[in-house]
Write a protein that binds this ligand. Structure first.
Ligand code: MN
Length: 729
């Protein structure tokens, strides 16, 4: 492990700030913060016995080295005061202002986040939540510095605690540092965590690297000399440094991939820093000239920056003894962004000039770099950068805790009801109320990221119908409906009947119970419901949304009652003239209106039969349609059934309705639509609904040229990911 003094005191902090050469620091405020923290922590000690105040001063040193501002340094000095001493946040606000108070409040809140390592998803949620919670990205940076210092002084902690913290670092904090582009913290957190998680593996690599320390130093020196020699006359201000890569990164490549340390490319890394982007490419040319490049190892992150803003050219080459090493080429601006990531923006704001490795070169370049960054900051405010990062992490989700410490991710504006059903269906069914952060909240409370929400349940309780409208997630709604469907059939029937009667009355559709029964038989042609009560029950528990089917019911009502049975006006669509367009020949009738029945949508090739309607012309059914009696002579008016057959080669489009059962997923409907439009299929209607078993049913009505065409369409649709069954209705 790198040699870092584990504790740094206030004098060292002052030293760092002085060496920075910046006069932007409010030294009086920083000293006040230090005195206040020192007095508040009193004679508290670290587990190791060291005075507690040396922890906050050390964290402040890390923050200062990253170039953050006065308030961040004060925040670091005071970060444990509210948590670990009787001092209240108000006191901090009075003494050091609202900004410092907000930073400390943020760090304190984040520290309280319980962490369980149950699954990767959980870690991902915590990462997102941390970002979402920190209105100010400096909160996260202070927290990272706090973690880092705790890891530097972790040796005196019990074994279990060291491991727990290390897992947390690997899963949560190092990825955040990576995302923010703060490589220094990321690598040190990883290396220190690895040391506790796999001490043997860590030591193995450390030993292997130590073994030939002198040899490695010689190697890097020789590489540096060769590059310097070839660039000194053509490229100005070339700064070269060489290093061995972080133990964790070597570990991932050797132990996890079971490779020998001698076999991997990336043990050595040489970094070349130049003034301009064209110089980067010039250096690359020189490097490829001197050393043999390994194919497919060149990466241009200058023209294609990584998501965390990282830019550099990477290439891996072999020296004349065939030892591989990686070369990273970048400008100073890219260098600072790579080392400090998002923190670099604060650094430049302050006009900080010192970098221990860069020395004079940095101070020469700093004005130029500063100007570049300032230009950038003018167009892109630093808070916007923070906001952009949060956007990446899903602005539209909220992350809340269960009292057990699980992080649950929910859509924005979700309520405790949604959370209860997300935890478990039974928790939802038995919910009677909810507490957020220990206080009872209304059931429609919109949950916010970071809240701890406890669902209060009672064994004998059951859901409330009104919840369906209150909760936000489809899954909670459907679980509530399911419960009503199963548990309360009688009530559902009563409720459903009331709803239907109310709505019918509103629409001026007046039917007594007997008429209603007839009407129901009429509209229930597809036999979706066995009885009228089933229909009422479905309306009652919300399985049918009445408003969706009302237009159809009303149309049917008007056909049957409003216009009188014997005196029906011919409706415009979908009636087609025989011969002219229908493609159907009706025996014994030359000039007759033909319509294709909606119940079975016959297609050319199907065996069909006609039914002479009253005033509707002849409606064509499939012979196998359930509405066609198996034995025509058994039907009430057998004379109404007439033979019909298809004209050949009609070249006409026929309407067909398909029911597609598929695994419910986003984009399903889009995929169906795209596939159909690829085939130039006209779509009349398309809708989908989710089923209780997590599947979705898509119903689509399309035009096809006939049975063979339809078969082709079905086969193409079957190829769509997730589609399980396609039925023709
Ligand atoms: Mn701390």
């Amino acid at each position: 492990m790198k040699n870092i003094a584990h504790y740094q005191d206030f004098t060292e902090l002052v030293g760092i700030l002085e060496r920075s050469g910046s006069d932007a620091y409010d030294m009086k405020k920083i000293e006040d913060a230090y005195r206040f923290a020192e007095a508040s922590h009193g004679d508290q000690r670290r587990v190791s016995g060291i005075p507690y105040i040396l922890h906050p001063t050390s964290v402040a040193c890390i923050i200062a080295e990253m170039g953050l501002d006065t308030d961040s340094i004060c925040g670091a000095l005071l970060h444990d005061v509210v948590e670990d001493t009787p001092v209240m946040l108000d006191e901090i606000r009075k003494r050091f202002g609202n900004d410092v108070a907000k930073l400390i409040d943020g760090v304190t809140k984040i520290s309280k986040i319980p962490y369980s390592t149950r699954e990767e998803q959980q870690a991902e949620n915590i990462r997102k939540m941390l970002i979402a919670m920190a209105d100010d990205i400096r909160v996260i940076i202070i927290k990272l510095a706090d973690r880092l210092h705790n890891m530097r002084t972790m040796d005196c902690m019990p074994e279990q605690k060291r491991r727990d913290k290390s897992v947390e670092n690997m899963q949560v904090y190092a990825p955040i540092a990576h995302r923010l582009g703060i490589k220094r913290i990321k690598e040190e957190l990883e290396d220190r965590s690895l040391q506790y998680l796999d001490p043997v593996g860590y030591k193995e690599i450390e030993d292997a690297l130590m073994l030939n320390e002198e040899g490695r130093a010689d190697f890097i020196r020789s590489i540096k000399e060769q590059i310097t020699e070839k660039t000194k006359d053509t490229i100005p201000n070339v700064y070269i440094s060489g290093r061995v890569k972080s133990i964790n990164s070597i570990y991932r490549k050797t132990i996890m991939r079971n490779q020998s340390i001698d076999d991997i490319f990336d043990v050595f890394a040489v970094r070349v820093i130049v003034d301009t982007v064209p110089d980067c490419y010039n250096v690359l040319g020189v490097v490829h000239d001197i050393f043999k490049p390994i194919p497919n190892r060149f990466k241009d992150y200058i023209s294609m920056p990584k998501q965390n803003m990282y830019q550099s050219l990477h290439t891996t080459v072999l020296d004349n003894k065939a030892i591989p090493f990686e070369v990273q080429i970048r400008t100073w601006e890219m260098h600072y962004t790579a080392e400090y990531g998002i923190a670099a923006h604060w650094k430049y704001k302050l006009g900080m000039a010192s970098d221990p490795k860069g020395g004079d070169r940095v101070s020469k370049n700093i004005e130029k770099v500063k100007q570049m960054i300032l230009d950038q900051l003018e167009t892109e405010d630093s808070t916007d950068i923070a906001r952009n990062i949060r956007n990446d992490f899903g602005e539209n989700d909220v992350y809340v805790f269960t009292p057990k410490g699980d992080v649950m991710s929910l859509p924005r504006d979700s309520t405790p009801i949604d959370l209860a059903y997300l935890i478990h269906t039974q928790v939802g069914h038995r919910m009677v109320g909810a507490k957020v952060n220990g206080k009872i909240v209304p059931i429609d409370h919109a949950l916010k990221t970071g809240e701890i929400c406890e669902i209060i349940t009672q064994k004998e309780e059951h859901p409330n119908r009104a919840w369906i409208d209150i909760c936000k997630t489809a899954s909670a709604k459907s679980k509530i409906r399911q419960w009503f469907k199963r548990e309360k059939r009688d009530e559902n029937i009563v409720e459903g009947k009331q709803i239907v009667e109310r709505e019918f009355k509103r629409q001026g559709m007046n039917l007594n119970d007997e008429e209603m029964a007839d009407f129901f038989v009429n509209v229930n042609m597809k036999k979706q419901y066995n009885t009228l009560d089933d229909f009422y029950a479905a309306v009652g528990y919300g399985g049918i949304q009445l408003w969706k089917i009302m237009p159809r019911l009303k149309e049917e009502y008007q056909k049957t009652y409003a216009s009188g049975i014997e005196n029906i006006k011919v409706p415009p669509a979908p009636v087609r003239r025989k011969r002219a367009s229908s493609g159907v020949i009706i025996e014994g009738n030359d000039d007759v209106l033909v319509k294709f029945s909606n119940c079975c949508n016959p297609l050319p090739g199907d065996e069909i039969i006609g039914y002479i309607t009253r005033g509707y012309g002849v409606s064509i059914h499939k012979r196998s349609c359930t509405n066609v009696p198996a034995n025509l002579n058994d039907s009430e008016e057998p004379e109404r059934w007439v033979s019909a057959h298809w004209e050949s080669d009609t070249g006409e489009a026929f309407r067909s309705t398909l029911q597609i059962i598929a695994a419910d997923r986003t984009g399903l409907l889009a995929d169906v639509t795209i596939q159909l439009s690829n085939m130039h299929i006209f779509i009349h209607t398309l809708n989908s609904r989710e089923l209780k078993n997590g599947k979705a049913v898509v119903t689509v009505t399309i035009d096809v040229a006939g049975r063979d065409h339809l078969r082709g369409v079905i086969s193409r649709l079957s190829d769509i990911n997730g589609i399980e069954e396609i039925k023709r209705l």
